[in-house]
Write a protein that binds this ligand. Structure first.
Ligand code: NAD
Ligand code: TYD
Length: 352
């Protein structure tokens, strides 16, 4: 028996919508639960909203009564839990929401999942998976040596965001060890691609550049992130939820380390080629601004376990991925223009 019916939380977000689009196209029965916070956007699901194998419920993962009803109705073989507050800079300005959604929300979703799981017959209970989608930021900062995060790396979070995700990871493992809930976890590096909310470095840089605004680079731009295209991540998540081993975690990364300054320069060069400025290069808009408090120096993922056990590997090169992402933003102003005008115009967050 395989997994066919999947509940996705946070399916109107950046990664969640990529997961939903992929699962619907692959023929799974998909139920999306999303509260629609500032970063949730049903426009990202336009391609699948009419599909017969797609359902949507606007609900808060904290609301156990509502989630219980949805689970009883959808009868999922798996829950993929992506709903979260996700922006480090916002977690610096207002950490409370991160505890409420990422810690309390995950705890309440685990309770709802456990109650549902206990209603299943043995075959369905054995098949069931609670897949918790987490971040490499739980491991804290690496130095500039060649070290990488493995699944055994000690947790050492720096920001309110990463501390809340680390806490959620611990609760998920505890629900497996204490109550037997069949869980699987994944910790992924920085994603980029279409439908990315323009508060994060890559989409913010693209849209600021198109509007001839400054491109803020924190500190000296030397911090390193390991970039993965969101569709490579969605493919990894499908493999983990369907074939991952219970109780295990999988690190997912792009084998693609870049300094922030080089990321911003790559975007500028792609824009110079696609939509040249009247005068000069987009690089002229780069502006070094005060650093993020508690800014982790470097993240890098050793993804050999998922490569070996689940036969996954990142396929999109960073240069092609950035060109494709720049093209997507150039061609999809209908998606981002309302966000820039009514949601978030690109001002500095988290300077504390
Ligand atoms: P996002 O901010 O784009 O989307 C989050 C979604 O969750 C939104 O649609 C929002 O409406 C929904 N949501 C928030 N609170 C909710 C609640 N209480 N109940 C129901 N829905 C709620 O985030 P993202 O970048 O797509 O990240 C998704 C997940 O992947 C998160 O758990 C994040 O920690 C993890 N992750 C993200 C990255 C990355 O680079 N973006 C990397 C690794 C892991
Ligand atoms: P971000 O996209 O916020 O992801 P995360 O903090 O989860 O890694 O930031 C990526 C990197 O880019 C991080 O080192 C902070 C830096 N950054 C800037 O230099 N300028 C910006 O305007 C933003 C939003 C981020």
């Amino acid at each position: 028996m395989t997994i066919r019916r999947i509940v996705v939380t946070g399916g109107a977000g950046f990664i969640g919508s990529a997961v939903v689009r992929r699962l619907v196209a692959e023929g799974y029965e998909v139920t999306n639960i999303d509260k629609l916070t500032y970063s949730g956007n049903l426009a990202s699901l336009r391609d699948v909203e009419g599909a017969a194998n797609y359902r949507y419920h606007q609900a808060d993962i904290v609301d156990q009564a509502a989630i219980g009803r949805i689970l009883a109705d959808a009868r999922p073989d798996a829950i993929m839990h992506l709903a979260a507050e996700t922006h480090v800079d916002r977690s610096i300005d207002g950490p409370a929401e991160f505890l409420e959604t990422n810690v309390v929300g995950t705890f309440r979703l685990l309770q709802s999942a456990l109650r549902y799981w206990r209603t299943l017959d043995k075959a369905a209970a054995d098949r069931f998976r609670f897949h918790h989608i987490s971040t490499d930021e739980v491991f804290g900062a690496l130095g500039f040596d060649h070290e990488q995060f493995t699944e055994q790396t000690r947790y050492d979070p720096s920001s309110p965001y990463s501390a809340s995700k680390a806490s959620a990871d611990h609760f998920v493992r505890a629900w497996n060890r204490t109550y037997g809930l069949p869980v699987v976890l994944s910790n992924c590096s920085n994603n980029y691609g279409p439908y990315h909310f323009p508060e994060k470095l890559i989409p913010l840089t693209i849209l600021n550049a198109l509007e001839e605004q400054e491109l803020p680079v924190y500190g000296r731009g030397e911090n390193v992130r390991d970039w993965l295209h969101v569709e490579d991540h969605a493919r990894a998540l499908e493999l983990i939820v369907t074939r991952g081993a219970v109780g295990e975690s999988y690190n997912v990364g792009g084998r693609c380390e870049r300094s922030n300054l080089s990321v911003v320069q790559t975007i500028c060069d792609a824009l110079d080629a696609r939509r040249p400025r009247a005068d000069g290069s987009y690089r002229d808009l780069i502006s070094f601004v005060s650093d993020r408090p508690g800014h982790d120096l470097r993240y890098a993922i050793d993804c050999s376990k998922i490569e070996r056990d689940l036969d996954w590997t990142p396929t999109m090169s960073f240069e092609d991925g950035i060109k494709g992402t720049v093209d997507w933003f150039l061609e999809n102003e209908w998606w981002w223009r309302p966000i820039r005008e009514q949601g978030y115009a690109g001002q500095r967050l988290g300077a504390a």
